[in-house]
Design a protein around this ligand. Structure first.
Ligand SMILES: NC(=O)c1ccc[n+]([C@@H]2O[C@H](COP(=O)([O-])OP(=O)(O)OC[C@H]3O[C@@H](n4cnc5c(N)ncnc54)[C@H](OP(=O)(O)O)[C@@H]3O)[C@@H](O)[C@H]2O)c1
Length: 184
């Protein structure tokens, strides 16, 4: 089943609010099936009541690599295939670099960079085994342009973009046909 058909299966991280929630709602409204992952599953109670048959929900904190692997394995096992994986979970922090705490900097890198890489590492073997799929990484125009007020948000976002730009080369050697497209 191609991601372009009306009934593709999508896997979304950070589906509780913002882009992740909006994307989940829009996909369900268009007839797709969604594996929505989030830290607070009760945030999707309203959607679950309306789309029980097409909304698969699991708890996932993307900074927990073991949890990423087990939720990804469960999703492919339960749903049969996933056409599009959306690495959306992330956050920004305002502030000069020297004003942020060590914990804020470390959480930012763990969420906006390391988690993206670990999610890609977890899903690519399944996408390859099923013969293809798409991996969408939300990044930031801060990955292209530095903003003084976001020193610790834009660098991990730029890092996730730079990291993802290398994945297609490895993927293509395996016979899949990845596409790389970077939009600010
Ligand atoms: N909005 C923008 O202008 C903008 C600009 C550049 C890049 N982005 C990127 O686009 C993505 C979505 O942004 P947004 O504006 O929709 O953000 P948002 O409204 O703040 O929502 C962030 C989402 O990420 C989730 N999240 C954060 N840390 C997580 C973790 N450790 N594990 C699992 N989920 C986690 C949040 O879950 P909780 O509800 O549990 O906190 C929430 O669902 C992010 O990656 C962000 O960096 C956004």
């Amino acid at each position: 089943m191609s991601a372009d058909t009306r009934s593709a299966t999508w896997f979304v991280t950070g589906a509780s609010r913002g882009f992740g929630r909006e994307l989940t709602e829009q996909l369900l409204a268009r007839g797709h099936r969604v594996a929505a992952t989030l830290r607070r599953p009760e945030a999707l109670d309203d959607l679950a009541a309306r789309h029980q048959d097409r909304l698969w929900i699991r708890v996932l904190d993307v900074t927990d690599t073991a949890q990423i692997r087990s939720v990804v394995a469960e999703a492919f096992a339960d749903l049969g295939r996933v056409d599009v994986v959306v690495s959306n979970a992330g956050f920004g922090v305002f502030g000069a670099a020297e004003d942020l705490t060590d914990e804020q900097v470390e959480a930012m890198i763990a969420t906006n960079l390391t988690a993206s890489i670990q999610l890609a590492r977890a899903v690519i073997p399944y996408l390859r085994a099923q013969g293809g799929g798409r991996l969408l990484q939300l990044s930031s125009m801060g990955g292209h342009i530095g903003f003084p007020a976001f020193p610790c948000t834009t660098r991990p976002s730029g890092g996730s973009r730079a990291s993802m730009s290398r994945w297609p080369w490895r993927w293509s050697r395996s016979g899949s046909a990845p596409r790389w497209s970077s939009r600010g």
